[in-house]
Design a protein around this ligand. Sequence first.
Ligand SMILES: [Fe+2]
Ligand SMILES: [Fe+2]
Length: 169
Amino acid sequence: MPTAAQSATPTRARKPAAKPTRAPRQQDAVAMLREDHKKVAALFDEYEKARSANVKRRLVESICAELTVHTTLEEDIFYPAFKAALKDKELVPEAKVEHQSVKDLIAQVRGREPDGEDFDAKVKVMGEFVKHHVKEEQNEMFPKATKSKLDLVELGRQMAERKQQLMAQ
Ligand SMILES: [Fe+2]
Ligand SMILES: [Fe+2]
């Protein structure tokens, strides 16, 4: 049964709870991707310093998981939007080739034992590929995206939603 107060104010929206709900923090797409880049670079740095196989195994798993989600978000959401908005015929195709090189290396290390110099070499080369690729995204692609008519906040929203799904898998 409605209380007197509720039935007395049929049109006015009820006051929101005093405690603020979580601030709607929607990062734009470029900020999200940059954050991922930073995170992965730090993981590669940690790998360089790591000595034990356990630590290396954990770091490689994190690197591969992060890169897999990141490249999927770019390939499925960011790159197609960028390509369409900028009529790009160069940056996105090149970026996808670079992603493929990284994925080939991921396939060679993921779930394997970090058992020596050959393994370390693969991780190192992967780190170098990623560094080069990130530089191109940040120096060429992202500035163009920022200056374009792309709705980066909306793209960020789509990417955040997709990321949650991918992380849950
Ligand atoms: Fe990329
Ligand atoms: Fe990226």
